[in-house]
Ligand binder design. Structure first.
Ligand code: PLP
Length: 441
């Protein structure tokens, strides 16, 4: 199909997480993608500094994935996943399990990060109940955490704007750890900041308040992406791990952004050397070519639920499209590319050049912090008086006009390019930002 070149009627589509009126007054439309580039409606090439939405880790429109999806669509478009199976679903689960830290080798498929989060929270509750600890119903998230948009996800999430409209309908038994961001102690840190491990100790205070025996799980992003790139302080995740283990509480890493190479390993858990009990994922699992997500679960957690049920369905949960044949085909083709091209190792190798290029922005106008890990960087700008986000929005627009796609949250610019990026393209991204920052008031 040829890429469209004319603007369609924009009125019917209610766009997600978008300022609809502003967008429709000044639409930025993408019509094609290949490798590191998008093509815009007006025919310009746009260097993808964000891997779409942190998801196209192998670069766009990879032939192997496209062909796997197309041939699966022709062979068997859909198969029910309830009480029936198809071989690709099992193969895809084995392939995902093979990349997870031991012993997280049981895999439940979903279609998105939000579904993965709600699935993981439900598995945590089901596990405790199966072991006769049904009183463990409390869930603990973290301020500034993003765990998608399901009611479970926004309840444990800590982004105020995502919660406030629905505040009366959030899950009741939830508490939050403090976030780990500190410009005072950690500005311009490279990799994991030195200050902040003690913030994990706040979990002990929360547990004392509620009684640890009522708590089912703690969920955190090992690196918080959507809130504006918060890299975990050295020793912080280790402390969360130790405290949760001591109290029989499950630790869930939400790796929807970090899984599949973003930090230079299959998972952040492996890169940072801390193994949780469950890992949620989506995005890079299928290179975003087809919606797909999954939860990897410690084997004995799976067994407690599955073996612990006398007969019949063990876990009353699942989606019509769990392990959809097209998704399973895309997952297998994607993981094959990651393996053949050693893209996780490539991300690790490129990380120092990426870090250097990002930190060259220290001293550029408005820049109050640069933080990075793997192929992720956050560049925090001073906010304009009474207009949080306005400066970053302007930088975003100007970079877009100059052929570079970035993201922004409030006044933090976020970069997370496909792992196939070349060093010259890394230079182009940060040079463009540097030039634009000089022009922005
Ligand atoms: N969890 C994390 C850590 C995410 O970054 C995201 C999306 O960015 C989600 C969950 C939600 O994923 P989705 O938009 O696929 O539902």
């Amino acid at each position: 199909m040829n890429a469209p070149t004319a603007l369609p009627d924009l009125s019917h589509l209610w766009m997600p997480f978008t300022a609809n009126r502003q967008f429709k007054a000044n639409p930025r439309m993408l019509t094609a993608a290949k490798g590191m580039y998008y093509t815009t409606l007006d025919g310009r090439q746009l260097l993808d500094g964000t891997a779409g939405l942190w998801c196209v880790n192998a670069g766009h429109c990879r032939d192997e994935i496209t062909q796997a999806i197309a041939s699966q669509a022709g062979a068997m478009d859909y198969a029910p996943g309830f009480q029936l199976g198809h071989p690709l679903a099992f193969q895809a689960a084995s392939a995902v399990a093979g990349l997870m830290p031991e012993p997280l080798d049981r895999v439940f498929f979903t279609n998105s990060g939000s579904e993965s989060v709600d699935t993981a929270l439900k598995i945590a509750l089901a596990y405790h109940r199966a072991r006769g600890e049904g009183q463990r119903t409390r869930l603990i998230g973290r301020e500034r955490g993003y765990h998608g948009v399901g009611f479970g996800g926004i309840s444990v999430g800590g982004i105020a704007a995502n919660r406030k409209t629905f505040s009366g309908a959030l899950l009741p038994a939830v508490d939050h750890l403090p976030h780990t961001h500190s410009l005072e102690y950690n500005a311009f840190s490279k990799g994991q900041p030195a200050w902040g491990a003690h913030l994990a100790d706040d979990l002990e205070r929360i547990l004392a308040l509620h009684d640890p025996s009522t708590v089912a799980a703690v969920i955190v992003e090992p690196m918080a992406g959507s809130t504006g790139v918060l890299v975990p302080p050295q020793g912080y995740l280790e402390r969360l791990r130790a405290i949760t283990a001591r109290h029989g509480i499950l630790l869930i890493f939400d790796e929807v952004i970090t899984a599949f190479g973003r930090l230079g390993a299959a998972t952040a858990a492996q890169r940072l050397g801390v193994t949780p009990d469950l890992i949620t994922m989506a995005k890079g699992i299928s290179n975003a070519a087809v919606p797909a997500g999954a939860v990897a679960v410690r084997r004995d957690i799976h067994d407690a639920i599955v073996e612990g049920t006398a007969n019949g369905i063990e876990f009353f949960h699942g989606y019509t499209y769990s392990a959809h044949p097209l998704a399973a085909a895309a997952v297998l083709a994607t993981l094959d590319i990651y393996r053949r091209e050693q893209l996780f190792a490539r991300a690790l190798e490129l990380a120092p050049a990426f870090e250097q290029a990002a930190h060259r922005l220290q001293g550029a106008p408005h820049v109050i912090d640069v933080r990075n890990i793997g192929l992720v960087a956050g560049i925090e700008l001073a906010s304009r008086e009474g207009a949080v986000g306005a400066r970053a929005a302007e930088v975003f627009h100007k970079c877009f006009d100059r052929g570079v796609l970035l993201r922004y949250t409030a006044d933090t610019l976020a970069l997370s390019p496909p792992l196939i990026i070349e060093e010259a393209q890394i230079g182009q991204i940060f040079d463009t930002i540097a030039a634009v920052l000089k022009e922005v008031a």
